[in-house]
Design a protein around this ligand. Structure first.
Ligand code: GLP
Length: 337
């Protein structure tokens, strides 16, 4: 479902989507697993099926382990759950080590009580001439199931979601797609060598994902920090598919601190208007400014502070000369050896 955007969207945050930051991937994954378990139980009470959109890759592994734990230790049943996976390499045997079919069985489906008939994953084994109808059927099955209640996503380093590479249309549906070279390189570790990575994949479209009632995108680790910043803070564009989620009305990014590190609230918190000027923060802000302006710290002027968004600091500490000196001494005292 798409969000209604008012002509002037004044927000006090740099972030264009809700973001929840956890100290690490384990706490983040446990929180998402809890949300899924609550949704399944709530649907069970109302005797409804719960339709989940699922992802593969390293990102959701801990989430699936936690769901398996909840199933075993807290008796969560998956009998009312229907699943649709985002994507699959093409061509690939369902039993191949790198197949997403196999991934889902070994990380989740083999350990819970889901009805195998309720599992839907694009099929990497079908003949090329059957792909089109397979994709149409996939879309129809999602619609017949009542649409996806909650879609889980990871994110590729180039911003892809599912296998929707940069340039994918916001209206795209389930289809065959050519993988970006960067994606093949990123995923090569799963294969014997890069030449073994399939060049094609079947993926739900961005339009398919956008129809989900609720979406959670998860990202862990410093490698994802640049693309997380782009997706959350920059204008949405088909060149960064995950940024298109900004126009969904019920989406949340769940990230760990390392993946959040490039967000303005971490990197330049003084720009968010909500910053406590500890000496450490002052040093970080002033050094950043000096590097950006390519000026020595001792040459920074009052206007530099104002123009760089540090007028608050200027007001609090007096004038540029005083702040420059204080930061200069901090830097000098940190030199060792
Ligand atoms: C793969 C999958 C995506 C996944 C992404 C990130 O290419 N098709 O669904 O989100 O790459 O992978 P990882 O979670 O291993 O970082």
């Amino acid at each position: 479902m798409l969000k209604k955007v008012s002509p002037v969207d004044l927000t006090d945050s740099f972030e264009k989507v809700p973001v929840k930051i956890y100290p690490d991937l384990t706490t983040g994954s446990i929180a998402v697993a809890r949300e899924i378990a609550d949704l399944i139980r709530e649907k069970q009470k109302r005797k409804l099926t719960c339709v989940l959109g699922l992802a593969t890759g390293s990102t959701p592994k801990t989430l699936y382990a936690e769901l398996v734990r909840i199933h075993k230790e807290e008796k969560l049943s998956f009998k009312n759950v229907v699943t649709f996976n985002l994507d699959e390499y093409y061509p690939i045997d369902n039993d191949a080590l790198q197949s997403y079919n196999r991934f889902m069985r070994s990380h989740l489906f083999d350990h819970i009580d889901i009805n195998p008939k309720n599992i839907n994953i694009p099929n990497g084994e079908i003949k090329k001439e059957d792909i089109k109808s397979h994709c149409i059927q996939y879309e129809k099955r999602i619609a017949d199931a009542g649409g996806i209640d909650l879609q889980i996503l990871g994110i590729g380093n180039n911003g892809h979601i599912g296998f929707n590479e940069p340039g994918s249309s916001v209206h795209s549906k389930t289809r065959l797609i050519t993988l970006d070279n960067s994606t093949r390189i990123a995923n090569a570790y799963e294969f014997a060598n890069i030449s073994q990575v399939p060049r094609l994949a079947i993926t739900m479209g961005i339009g398919t994902i956008m129809k989900s009632k609720k979406i959670i995108l998860m990202a862990w680790g410093p490698g994802k920090a640049p693309v997380i910043k782009k997706s959350i803070e920059e204008d949405h564009t088909e060149q960064v598919p995950a940024s298109l989620l900004q126009i969904h009305d019920d989406v949340k990014f769940v990230v760990d601190e390392a993946a959040a590190a490039e967000l303005t609230r971490y990197k330049s918190p003084w720009l968010t208007g909500d910053c406590e000027w500890t000496p450490k923060m002052m040093k970080k802000a002033v050094v950043n400014m000096a590097l950006k302006l390519k000026k020595p710290v001792l040459s920074l002027t009052n206007s530099d502070y104002n123009e760089y968004g540090l007028s608050d600091l200027l007001v609090e500490k007096g004038d540029a000369y005083q702040i420059n000196l204080q930061v200069y001494y901090m830097l000098r005292d940190s030199i060792t050896g």
